[in-house]
Design a binder for this molecule. Structure first.
Ligand code: NAP
Ligand code: MG
Length: 514
């Protein structure tokens, strides 16, 4: 919840511009609070347009005149490895902060989010060390030449992330952009900016980057974010968030022909095949759906089940989901914390009401958990609907909360058709013991990531992103690194004799020799 700052004595976080922490113009701030309790956590600077101008100017200067774009890949790799080491050394503090700020269970932040962030940063360092080589054959038409691709950084990058998965997302935005020699103005979400701020603070205290290479501004997206992405001095936009805002950003980028990478929404299917090992598949489908209370873009929100085992699977999904423990995210025994905000809960509850109106059958949850411990935070029970029509809004729209839609299918072809029948194409999972069959299904799915017998496994060496309205471009892996570069084809001509040159036959001979 974002409140206006009063005189509460809270940790204060300024803007990070040109290597120094500073206040926002006129000292404006906003308060960041803990979703689970509603209590204020920190006061954060609310940037103005002039502040954004200063941050972009610092990044511009560092790119145009600083050493970073020309720093050897090995040296950039060394620095990224050091950042990863800092993450490791501060893992406990970061895990707790991520849990408080985003309401993510400490179990998840401790065992997944922070270690994954560290692993990712090491991986980006490895990728930085070996910029992809794109071999080309010797070319003798029309003249003998040697050719190669030189990868230039894009320039000044505006990077914006949402509140969910904030720490990992910070890592996977900063890592590839830094690895390839860009400079950055980064904006986290106002709802959960604290682990991004903490990481930038660690990088600053260790003195790892030349000044102006990494800048951070905070403030509301519609104001600060929109002004930042439209800034004429910004060359490239890396945005993760809703498809709605993604469309707006693409339009803002169009007049300038800015480069964009967009990681947007999803409505990913979990496709259960008739021969799946149900003990593992049920756990996996539930993890794919309810991890972080369903507030993950690639969450498996539509579960497709063979009609022959539909009743059994529904019963088992319900029974296993019933065992999930909802509660205080700081308790290591909690599986599901609160949603990020009361507004987000209202959205989720509207979808639950809509599901009922559309004729889906509510078989679990649908309400708020009862008890004093749930009063302050926006908790929602894990919810399961069956008899869902894939054309209904419940099945088509991204809810971003703990709501699973279960649908039966008769033949595999029908399952694939339903799986692809959405405007999104971010991820999918296929559950089967027959790997050949699972592979055939995986290759029929129009999505950026398809996991067989898993969900939510993010691999920094693999590209991540979406087909269709789930986005443009890819993050992570070699593809993600290349998104932060512009290729220059360098042609080295070996033809020595004037009469063998390309122009000899094309141009009229020089006048004096005619
Ligand atoms: P959002 O409303 O689109 O906001 C995302 C970020 O954009 C925030 O930092 C927000 O700032 C900022 N923003 C908002 N309006 C803006 C504008 N007009 N111009 C520039 N920036 C603007 O999304 P959200 O509700 O925070 O996050 C949930 C969404 O993110 C879901 O749709 C989810 O699927 C998507 N997501 C996608 C991926 C992926 O990799 N594909 C990963 C995670 C999440 P403030 O919050 O400060 O206002
Ligand atoms: Mg928060």
């Amino acid at each position: 919840m974002v409140l206006e700052a009063t005189d509460v004595d809270l940790t204060y976080h300024g803007l990070f511009i040109n290597g120094a922490w500073c206040e926002a113009e006129k000292g404006r701030t906003f308060t960041v609070s803990e979703p689970a309790t509603g209590l204020p956590l920190a006061r954060v600077a609310h940037a103005s347009r002039a502040d954004v101008d200063r941050a972009v100017a610092a990044a511009r200067h560092a790119f145009d005149h600083g050493p970073w774009p020309h720093t050897p890949p090995d040296e950039r790799a060394r620095i990224l490895h050091e950042i990863a080491t800092l993450i490791e050394a501060n893992a406990h503090e970061l895990a707790e902060l991520e849990s408080r700020d985003g309401g993510v269970p400490l179990r998840a932040t401790t065992f997944n989010d922070i270690p994954l962030g560290m692993h990712m940063m090491h991986a980006f360092a490895e990728l930085a060390r070996r910029p992809p080589y794109e071999p080309m054959p010797w070319n003798d038409f029309p003249t003998l030449s040697w050719n190669f691709v030189w990868r230039n950084p894009c320039g000044v990058c505006a990077q914006i992330i949402p509140w969910n998965y904030a720490f990992c997302m910070t890592v996977w935005k900063l890592g590839p952009a830094l690895a390839t020699g860009n400079t950055i103005v980064f904006k986290p979400s106002s709802l959960a900016p604290l682990t991004s701020l903490a990481l930038v603070k660690l990088i600053d205290e260790a003195g790892l980057l030349p000044k102006g290479v990494l800048n951070l501004v905070t403030g509301p997206g519609a104001e600060v974010g929109e002004y930042l992405v439209g800034h004429p001095q910004v060359d490239k936009i890396g945005f993760t968030g809703s498809t709605e805002v993604g469309r707006k950003i693409m339009a803002i980028a169009a007049p300038h022909i800015k480069k964009v990478t967009l990681e947007l929404g999803g409505k990913s299917p979990s496709i259960l095949l008739p021969d799946a090992d149900l003990d593992k598949a049920i756990d996996g489908i539930i993890f794919g759906m309810f991890y972080h209370a369903g507030q993950l873009c690639e969450a498996g929100t539509r579960c497709l089940v063979p009609s022959s085992i539909y009743a059994e699977v529904v019963e088992r999904l319900v029974a296993r989901t019933r065992q999930l423990r909802i509660g205080d995210p700081l308790d290591l025994a909690t599986d599901i914390g609160p949603l990020i905000s009361h507004k987000q809960r209202e959205t989720v509850e509207r979808y639950i009401a809509l599901g009922r109106e559309e004729g889906a059958k509510l078989v679990l949850g649908g309400g708020r958990p009862l008890g004093a411990e749930y009063e302050a935070g926006p908790f929602v029970e894990p919810t399961i609907f069956t008899n869902v029509n894939n054309r209904s809004r419940l099945a088509q729209e991204e809810i971003f909360g703990p709501v699973l839609a279960v649908m039966p299918y008769d033949e595999l072809g029908e399952a694939i058709k339903i799986a692809n029948d959405t405007m999104y194409g971010l991820a999918a999972s296929v559950w089967s013991q027959d790997i050949q069959l699972a592979l055939e299904v995986a290759r029929s799915i129009r999505a950026g990531t398809v996991s067989i017998n898993e969900h939510h496994v993010l691999n920094p060496y693999a590209p991540f992103g979406g087909f269709k309205a789930s986005g443009v471009g890819r993050e992570m892996g070699v593809a993600g690194m290349l998104e932060y570069t512009e290729p220059t084809h360098i042609h080295v001509d070996f033809q020595q004799k004037r009469e063998d040159k390309l122009w000899w036959d094309a141009l009229l001979p020089p006048v004096e020799e005619a």
